[in-house]
Design a protein around this ligand. Structure first.
Ligand code: FNR
Length: 396
């Protein structure tokens, strides 16, 4: 294991670079992220733009004007031909809402109880790595926005700021997403740090034994890490030569190992079948996130919202089932909740806000989605999250 010296950090960055290029995780900008974000943001009249930002797609458009080309490729990219990225969103259009009438909808509650916490709303921020690539304030800005707007944030293992820095600077009650290395000593260090930073939930990502085939990758992220302009947050100083962030040898035994090596609730992220939902539950996990990594791993042509019903049926209210992938509207959130999700997670949308306007942009995205959800609940005649039922949607 490495000490935290400058030399060692350089070596680790080189190793990271090697791993990134081998795994094709390298996805990004031909120009320095700071100059790119700030030069361009000066070119746009943000006052005019702000008044036009009505939905998350407007933030997406703004991010495409502000962010550099390679950062956009990293953020918006996916596996193979991006069919799973697209179908994740498209599948929501095939579900119809059955609205109920003449219900008093003056007071709406969006609260949900999840893993021993009472959350203000069911819209959680998915773990997204390398947020410093989208905006210099990176995860700190996202965490501050999540606190200001009362949303739960999941910090990625590959965040640029460490989970400790993020917690200290934002006062957020974070959940920690885990990519285990093949060396459990390193994983244990990460878990200890996350627990020390106050994390009560560990989200184990299980869809990344290797990195997906992302063909449109640049070299800028790699260079930023190599030159130390972007830090590796949690892995800084502890990653041995040549080791990557995924463990192709990981099996279900990992759940037992996690349970005996930390006190956090264990949630598995990346489940897409009822068979694996059953195995996860049998191992005693505390929750499941139905996810295909936003279409960045296996090009499966199966939307997560199409995976959700078989998993909910298998779990039968036993443990919380969350979902992410393609959620862009309040109606998408409503449909996922009606089909049995306890809460939803969003990835790219908050990053569009971050890339476009930093913390303010993330806050705008969160405001927009929550306002849409509340309005949709009112229009459908549902006054609380638990009142959104299977009868409120039609799905073939
Ligand atoms: C991700 N995702 C992800 N997942 C994870 O478990 N750990 C990670 O570090 C990352 N990093 C990451 C980077 C980027 C740029 C994206 C877009 C996504 C996947 C993420 O948590 C989530 O599953 C998807 O983003 C959800 O899909 P939408 O909302 O982006 O469509």
């Amino acid at each position: 294991m490495k000490s935290n010296s400058n030399t060692d950090s350089k070596i680790q960055r080189r190793q990271f670079t090697k791993w990134v290029s081998l795994s094709s995780l390298s996805l990004a900008l031909p120009i320095s992220f700071t100059s790119c974000n700030f030069e361009n943001s000066q070119k746009i009249d943000t006052t005019t733009e702000l008044s036009d930002l009505k939905n998350v797609f407007d933030l997406e458009k703004l991010s495409s004007k502000v962010m550099g080309e390679d950062a956009l490729l990293y953020l918006n990219g996916g596996a193979d031909d991006l069919k799973t990225v697209k179908i994740n969103s498209d599948a929501y259009q095939k579900i119809q809402i059955r609205a109920r009438r003449l219900i008093d909808v003056r007071n709406i509650s969006t609260n949900v109880d999840l893993f021993g916490q009472n959350l203000d709303n069911p819209i959680v921020l998915s773990p997204v790595g390398f947020q410093g690539f989208f905006h210099p304030d990176g995860e700190i800005a996202t965490a501050k926005a999540s606190v200001a707007k009362k949303h739960q944030m999941i910090v990625s293992s590959v965040s640029n700021s460490s989970v400790t820095e993020i917690a200290n600077q934002s006062q957020a009650k974070l959940w920690f997403q885990l990519y285990p290395t093949p060396d459990r000593k390193i994983t244990k260090l990460l878990l200890d740090r996350a627990e020390k930073a106050g994390c009560k939930v560990c989200v184990l990502t299980v869809d990344t034994p290797v990195v997906g085939n992302r063909e449109r990758s640049g070299t800028t992220l790699m260079k930023l890490v190599q030159t130390g302009k972007l830090k590796m947050g949690n892995f800084e100083g502890i990653l041995p030569d040549g080791m990557g962030f995924s463990d192709p040898g990981m099996t279900w035994d990992m759940i037992d190992w996690l349970k005996s090596n930390c006190d956090m609730k264990i949630v598995v992220k990346g489940i897409v079948t009822k068979e694996d939902a059953a195995l996860a539950r049998a191992r005693g996990v505390d929750g499941i996130i139905v996810s295909n990594h936003g279409g960045r791993q296996l090009e499966s042509n199966r939307a997560t919202i199409d995976c959700l019903p078989e998993i909910v049926a298998e779990i039968k209210n036993g443990i919380p089932v969350l979902i992410d992938g393609g959620i862009r509207r309040g109606t998408d959130i409503f449909k996922a909740l009606a089909l049995g999700a306890t809460a939803v997670c969003i990835g790219r949308p908050f990053c569009w806000g971050l890339g476009a306007l930093g913390q303010q942009g993330v806050e705008m995205v969160l405001d927009i989605l929550k306002a849409e959800l509340i309005r949709d609940m009112q229009l459908a005649g549902t006054t609380s999250i638990e009142k959104i039922s299977r009868n409120h949607v039609l799905k073939n």
